[in-house]
Design a protein around this ligand. Sequence first.
Ligand SMILES: NC(=O)c1ccc[n+]([C@@H]2O[C@H](COP(=O)([O-])OP(=O)(O)OC[C@H]3O[C@@H](n4cnc5c(N)ncnc54)[C@H](O)[C@@H]3O)[C@@H](O)[C@H]2O)c1
Length: 415
Amino acid sequence: MNDHTVPAVLFLNEPVKTDLYKSLEKKYGMFNFRFAKKEKTPSEQQRDFLNYIEQNFYPSTEYKLEALYLGYSGFHPMGDGLTEELIIKYQQLQFLKVITLCSRGIDKVCVDYLQEKYNTVIKNYDDNESYVANDVADCAMYHVLEGFRKFSYQQGKLRDILHSEITRGYLRGDQENELKFCFGHELQLLTEQKNEIIINEQQNDLNQSLEYLEIKNETTEQPVDVIQYMYTNSPMNKKALIMGYGKIGQRVALKLKYGLSMDVSYTTRSGERDEVEDSLRDIKYYPWGNWNDDLSQFDAIVLCLPLSQQTKHLINDDFLKKCSRDQNDNLNHLTLVNLGRGMLIDWENIPEYLVKDRIRHIGLDVFYNEPALTKECDNLNEMNSSITPHIGSSTFEVFNRSSEFCLNLIKDTLG
Ligand SMILES: NC(=O)c1ccc[n+]([C@@H]2O[C@H](COP(=O)([O-])OP(=O)(O)OC[C@H]3O[C@@H](n4cnc5c(N)ncnc54)[C@H](O)[C@@H]3O)[C@@H](O)[C@H]2O)c1
């Protein structure tokens, strides 16, 4: 056993190699452990981790494990994570002075035990950091805008078709000799998206005669069916409800109001806010729990709530029925966007007809069974939904700033 020990930092994810990192390198032992990518059970991952710390740290070597950099994923692959039992059993874990995480909350670390018993400093990337809320709100704005304008849908079609006029649409059922100019405000989703447009060979000067376009199945020559039809709409003056009015909800309110010129309301469990910054002053309060027909006034609902016992499945069959308008008019007006957590929406019990006929657009950055996309996908297609892989806050700026925050905390704590 060594008398002389060197403080060591263990990285479970790669930090940004800034000057700060280089300065730490000069003072401490820097170690990297990576969980296996897949095909290992949580207990095998745990075994690998424990073997690693046993082999690399004091008392087996002179490196004393004093800091843990968890990055974004932390202990997630390892079942229960860093439990009290493991700390009691493995001496290597008893010298930890600081544990840092780049994202919100410290999951899978027995925070209370470590703080109480060893006075360990445990912090995640600063909650008051404005970049996170701002960048997640940008993601919300993208999904809301897509709900009204369908830019991504049009982009996907244009990349396939490579012709702007055809992309804007040929509407079936027109009179044979009618010259039809498509402005682009009508959208149709066809049973087959690719290769369905056959241009009449004699008339391929499309600037002259769009009426010669036919939409047919290439093999059967039968016309392709329209399975969904909608207009693109302007978000201006449409009503949006933000559910959850914390850091993210407030940024979303600003972006929808000033960016998309929407008429914005918010609702939150803690009730109407007394003190708000000037720019948020005319955002209206909608009473929390008022899940009745008044909800049908909203054209967009954006979920910015955390997941808890109270918020799980808050958006269910009943809630969505209340959002519906007159049965014969504007059936599918609602754009529903979820930025909070997948389980806020009770997908399993939302009947197919609600999604198909009552909801215009669903925008998701978070999913019920993340990381896999399972429940949500049945009724969603490229025209009635937009999906992003939980990248609300995933910008270069947030990544770098969170890494720098964690490295600074390690430097300040270890001295
Ligand atoms: N998509 C992403 O990339 C991403 C990134 C960061 C956060 N998020 C999610 O967004 C959520 C909100 O983040 P934030 O920074 O605005 O948090 P915050 O703590 O600032 O605000 C949360 C809001 O939800 C309300 N709330 C909390 N519990 C509630 C309950 N049980 N019922 C009703 N209202 C409740 C609070 O009053 C507050 O208005 C996070 O919890 C997280 O799930 C997503």
